[in-house]
Design a protein around this ligand. Structure first.
Ligand code: ADP
Ligand code: MG
Length: 701
């Protein structure tokens, strides 16, 4: 049996001519029968209940009535004309009113005939009326179709103009089910269907479009959502399996001098338990003979960079080179400085390569990379340029992963004859469900513990109107020797208006905090790198007490003495960004504060964002709220994944289902990795089909 039915072009459906077919293709991506079958309703209207006119009240949402029109009259003139019909079901009378399409309705409506009427009833001077009701003859067929859960489909103006509004689409789908060749093969295996008590594929599809009742709808949704998530997980886990089994990795079985002398002589503090655990996990990968592809998640300040450094040292101990790629020049320089300092006294050759590295220096770097003497290279995107070639790159560390695309990451692989191990670090917590889907084929390590002595940051929401008090608070903190960030949104670095806000803010701060008692730094994206560095350095050295900046400082700046983060127009920042910014403070031993300044008026979303920040410091919790607010399509990194193709499942709501689907997929693959067992062949077939249809489903790593 094959699946020809789903592949039949849409113009062959009764009721779809070439014109409608063209529209369906252009407006809704419906090319084939199968596309229409999976054009699911986005909601349902419960039309199972008929109200009595005597029951009506103003609080009811939409109501459905059945009765007759007893008279119909055209009232008013010209622009104010309207058609008013008196409608009764024997328990009372209401008015049906039309302002548009009057002539057509007047001609088509029959008196003393049973109609089903649906709409919002409002009362006016004691009489209920429904404006522009949906109205349909109460014949047997309509009663059967209507008096149930009615699907509501997305449509567009163009589709509507050709009769393909929600109802029109529903009609087409019923045509599919009535088609003489209607056939759907099963896509899940018997075991799953039995164990999870699923209804069949056929039943599920019919009931998602035309639910027999609420119970059936739930069953249909449950099965189809599961299936959607399950096959994505099956695919991801298969990829992971292939990688682990077919892609060899360098074996680093030695922990030698570099690592040990760093650990014994240079490291001034104890590693946290979480850091120790992650290093162990990575060492296990190093010994496995398989290429490592690991995502390291941990909040800002949790000590990821140190972990990265230590595992790079293991690569060096095994005579390999290492590189670390950062998303911005500032961050690359900072990494270079911190790591150089950490390695003080060890005989390790380390260099920095960014866009502004001079060509003479580039030449030296290039030579020494190729002869192998340069051991650790730190840099920006400049690292992935084609002319950067290593002698033996053993590990690539990518910091703040969310800014690098899949393409860029894969380029780092090609820097050597074989694949280096890859460690991706991110401090922007990715919502769990998204991570499972986006990075589902990566192994994940989590640092869920901050170095000891850190006090949780106190987050406070203040309205612009209490600015004077905020200034007072800044003075108090500065008098204790602390430093303060004031951050302005600069969503688009070229926005002159945003830049003006920043400069105005800077002016008012320099007035409030005048020389010589105070000194204020400023950093924004339109400054020359040298000027930025100069200002940044003054702040780091404590020569200025206040740093006025744009989100340039979002990532990575490390000034432990800074204990206050003031975010201006906080309502304009996304949650991930707010969380990142807040992570700039709380790095020293002092109590730190994050003050979110907003205007007095906040949107509903803005309010939720601010409240979330005030309530929690937990990056994962914040990420989950972010996902709920914005939907997966707007979270960075989702574009290249399959998650946006989800038709039914919703990663912000179906987390449990996803977890479950992943677990089941993993159990099946553990037992039968190639899906060759009789009962699993059906899964293999469907997986191949989906792979074929989803060409741009790029590999994540
Ligand atoms: P991340 O990269 O996760 O944001 P970093 O590696 O930059 O965090 O660490 C933040 C700060 O904490 C750095 O100053 C680092 O030296 C310090 N640090 C890291 N690990 C520890 C630890 N176990 N104990 C004390 N301080 C630590
Ligand atoms: Mg970091």
């Amino acid at each position: 049996m094959d699946d020809n039915f789903s592949d039949i072009p849409i113009e062959f459906l009764k009721g779809v001519g070439p014109q409608r077919a063209e529209l369906l293709r252009n407006e809704s991506n419906i090319y084939k029968f199968g596309d229409l079958l999976t054009y699911y309703p986005f909601r349902y209207v419960d039309r199972s209940k008929f109200y009595k006119i005597s029951e009506l009240n103003d609080d009811l949402p939409y109501v459905q009535l059945i009765g007759k029109i007893i008279d119909i009259e055209l009232l008013g003139k010209n622009t104010s004309s309207r058609l008013v019909a008196n409608f009764t079901d024997g328990t009372g009378i209401i008015e049906l009113i039309w302002f548009k399409g009057i002539k057509w309705i007047k001609d088509s409506i029959k008196k003393n005939t049973l109609y089903i009427v649906f709409g919002k009833a409002t009362s006016f001077k004691g009489i209920f009326n429904i404006a522009h009701p949906e109205i349909e003859l109460a014949n047997d067929e309509n009663l059967k179709i209507i008096s149930s859960l009615q699907p509501v489909y997305n449509s567009t103006e163009k589709l509507k103009s050709k009769g393909l509004d929600s109802k029109g689409i529903s009609k087409l789908i019923r045509q599919l089910f009535n088609h003489p060749d209607f056939y759907l093969h099963e896509t899940l295996n018997k075991n799953l269907i039995n164990n999870l008590k699923f209804i069949s594929k056929r039943e599920a599809l019919i009931n998602i479009h035309l639910p027999k009742n609420f119970e059936y709808l739930i069953q249909a949704q449950r099965r189809l959502k599961f299936e959607e998530l399950f096959f994505i997980q099956l695919k991801i886990l298969r990829q992971q399996y292939d990688r682990k089994n077919y892609i060899k990795g360098y074996v680093f079985d030695k922990v030698g001098n570099y690592f040990n002398s760093f650990y014994n002589n240079n490291l001034k503090f104890e590693l946290t338990n979480a850091q120790k655990r992650v290093i162990k996990e990575i060492r296990f990968d190093f010994k496995s003979g398989k290429q490592m592809n690991r995502l390291l998640q941990g909040d800002v300040g949790s000590g990821k960079t140190l972990v990265a450094l230590m595992v790079m040292l293991i690569a060096l101990d095994n005579n390999f080179q290492a590189c670390l790629m950062a998303p911005t020049e500032i961050l690359a320089i900072q990494h270079f400085n911190t790591i150089s300092k950490f390695l003080n006294g060890l005989d390790i050759y380390i260099s920095l390569l960014t866009g502004s590295t001079k060509s003479s220096q580039r030449k030296i770097i290039s030579e020494n990379l190729q002869n192998g003497s340069l051991q650790i290279l730190i840099g920006t995107h400049a690292l992935i340029e084609d002319n950067v070639q290593f002698k033996s790159l053993g590990i690539s560390v990518i910091d703040e992963q969310h800014r690098f695309g899949v393409e860029q990451r894969s380029k780092l692989w090609k820097k050597s004859s074989a694949y280096p191990h890859v460690l991706v670090m991110t401090a922007t917590p990715i919502p769990r469900t998204l991570a499972m889907t986006l990075y589902g084929d990566l192994d994940v390590s989590i640092i869920d513990e901050l170095p000891p002595g850190r006090k949780p940051i106190k987050t406070i929401h203040k309205y612009d109107s209490s600015r004077l008090r905020v200034f007072g608070f800044m003075k108090e903190q500065i008098s204790k020797g602390r430093q303060v960030y004031v951050v302005y949104p600069l969503i688009n670095e070229s926005e002159t208006l945003d830049l003006k806000h920043l400069m105005d803010g800077y002016d008012s701060i320099t007035k409030e905090f005048p020389l010589p008692e105070y000194a204020v730094s400023i950093v924004h994206g339109q400054m020359k790198p040298a000027d930025k560095d100069y200002e940044m350095d003054r702040f780091k050295r404590g020569e200025t007490q206040i740093m006025v900046a744009t989100t340039v400082i979002e990532v990575g700046v490390d000034v432990p003495n800074a204990s206050v983060m003031i975010i201006e127009n906080a309502e304009r920042f996304g949650l991930a960004q707010l969380h990142q910014l807040r992570g700039r403070v709380g790095r020293g031993n002092d109590q730190s504060y994050c003050i979110l300044m907003t205007s007095d008026k906040l949107s509903t979303d803005g309010k939720v964002r601010i409240e979330t920040m005030v309530k929690t410091n937990d990056g994962f919790e914040i990420a989950d709220v972010d996902l709920k607010l914005r939907g997966p399509g707007n979270i960075e990194g989702t574009q290249q994944s399959g998650v946006l193709d989800l038709k039914l499942a919703d990663l912000s709501k179906d987390a449990q289902m996803l977890q479950y689907a992943r677990k089941i997929a993993s159990e099946i693959l553990n037992d039968d990795p190639d899906l060759n067992k009789e009962d699993n062949l059906i899964l293999k077939r469907q997986l191949n089909l989906l792979n074929k249809n989803r060409k741009n489903w790029s590999l994540i790593s």
